[in-house]
Design a protein around this ligand. Structure first.
Ligand code: SF4
Length: 489
């Protein structure tokens, strides 16, 4: 597996991190739809003006153009279940809209899981769609009557082809798993106990054996209800009155088979929406690596490479999403530390020093290398870089001293003098001053895990229990915003 996805699960669906619903509404098509989760959710929200997506009846399929923007806004690389509230290949979804959904998937670095029962339409449209390696195609097979959906799936050129045997409501018998990478299985869970169709342990065992033999990753999601679980002491069964958690601790009816959890994912290729950019970033990283390890080039090439890397990443949009997608890290800080073995401070000083030369004396970069001072001299100007470059006339004298023979200590005191007033005025933002010292420490160390933990500890006792998930999600967003601020420094 190329990338390790670390996103926090924002849905209770165990095999994904996030749902994305550019289409809402569907029609029952086969026996697996009887207790359709999307329909019951839709019915719950139907007509609620605060939930405009559910303003039409479930049977009226609606496409939402605005939703096409959403994947660009997520801050982390995620596994995304496409159309959990519908079926992307429903006959009422216009082909042009399916193309638009694919355009978004092609352009963003998430890993998309499309699951359909309309396998004929999937097969029919597959040749005209662009199957970048981050798009996984899947079909639902609820019993042996629908094995032909797998034959349709086999013709789809997706990097991962998967089958959801959920709700598994009937015997499957021998399943042809040729060309299939992943199988999810689970019992029926939505609806009253009376209306649910019991998951049979033998069906699960037979399927798991076939996956084992065929080298297909097997994900056993849940038994559906405690009553269907052959092991009533399964520790992953939620306690009475408790809801299942968004981690491996519990699931609907529990999910262990003979005490073992089978939450297995297939291996999948890493996806970079812009391969040329990825190549460029790797070349720049190689330059930095050569310069730091072999001293074959001056610090200027490191500063230049870092500057370009930062510009490219910021050009893609802020946040850790693209740092994760292209470089496997969450921020500039982590990139420097883990991939370059450089402290963020040193890396930032080199980058800023390069940018100062590029902004004020670009001619030195072409043929004046011997006049370039050490970055340790220029670093004093780093924090004032923007104002100096924007207004070089005003700072002419100080700029000249950065490039002449003025000794570093004298130069430093001149810079201190020149910018003293401004620094004083800048001091620390008011909220830092007012924050408790425990918060200040975390802020000063940019330790956002600690910072979030402090907020949690201080506020969780005051929280209404039903809002816990919302609160957690808001804290996650805050954490990524804070990391983003640091990474863009
Ligand atoms: S295909 Fe899926 S979303 Fe559509 S009705 Fe059936 S179960 Fe519900």
């Amino acid at each position: 597996m190329g990338i390790e996805i670390q996103a926090r699960r924002s849905t209770k669906i165990e095999w994904t991190d996030q749902t994305w619903n550019p289409v809402v509404g569907c029609h029952l098509i086969s026996s697996g739809c009887k207790n359709c989760y999307a329909k019951s959710m839709h019915t719950r929200h139907f007509g609620n003006p605060k939930q405009p997506k559910y303003i039409k009846p479930f049977e009226e399929v609606v496409t939402w153009e605005d939703e096409l923007e959403t994947p660009y806004q997520w801050k982390e690389v995620k596994r995304v279940f496409v159309c959990s509230m519908s079926d992307l290949f429903n006959k009422d979804v216009p082909t042009e809209f399916i193309h638009k959904v694919f355009d978004v998937m092609n352009a963003t670095p998430h890993y998309y899981q499309i699951l359909t029962k309309r396998s004929e339409r999937l097969k029919e449209l597959a040749p005209e769609l662009t199957w970048t390696p981050n798009i996984w195609a899947g079909v639902t097979v609820e019993n042996g009557d629908h094995l032909n959906r797998i034959d349709h799936l086999r013709d789809v050129p997706a990097s991962i082809r998967f089958i959801s045997f959920e709700p598994l409501i009937g015997e499957l018998g021998k399943v042809n798993l040729q060309g299939i990478h992943w199988a999810i299985a689970g019992g029926e869970s939505g609806g009253s106990l009376k209306s649910l169709r019991r998951l049979n342990r033998d069906w699960v065992d037979l399927l798991r054996e076939q996956c084992d033999e065929g080298g297909v990753a097997f994900f056993f999601k849940q038994w559906g209800r405690k009553e269907f679980n052959p092991d009533q002491s399964d520790p992953t069964i939620p306690a009475k009155g408790e809801k299942e958690k968004k981690d491996e601790k519990t699931s609907k009816g529990g999910h262990l088979i003979d005490g073992i959890s089978y939450w297995t994912f297939p291996e999948f290729p890493t996806y970079y929406p812009d391969v040329a950019l990825r190549e460029e970033l790797y070349k720049l990283e190689e330059t930095i690596s050569n310069s730091t390890k072999e001293f074959t080039q001056s610090w200027v090439s490191i500063g230049e490479s870092l500057s370009i890397i930062k510009e490219r990443m910021e050009g893609l949009g802020s946040g850790k999403l693209y740092w994760q997608a292209y470089l496997g890290v969450n921020s500039f800080q982590e990139y420097c530390k883990t991939r370059l073995q450089l402290s963020r401070e040193t890396a930032t000083q080199m980058r800023q020093a390069f940018e100062i030369i590029r902004g004020l004396k670009p001619e030195l970069l072409i043929n004046g290398a011997e006049q370039i001072p050490s970055y340790t001299k220029l670093r004093k100007l780093g924090p004032h870089q923007d104002m100096i470059i924007k207004n070089p006339g005003k700072y002419e004298e100080i700029v000249e001293h950065a490039f002449d023979e003025t000794p570093r200590s004298k130069f430093n005191s001149e810079v201190n003098k020149r910018f003293k007033k401004r620094n004083k005025a800048k001091a620390k933002p008011a909220h830092h001053e007012q924050a408790d010292s425990k918060y200040s420490k975390a802020i000063d160390a940019s330790d956002w895990d600690k910072y979030i933990e402090l907020i949690k500890t201080d506020l969780s006792s005051k929280l209404i229990p039903t809002l816990e998930d919302e609160f957690e999600s808001l804290l996650e967003q805050l954490k990524s915003m804070l990391s983003e601020t640091v990474s863009s420094e």
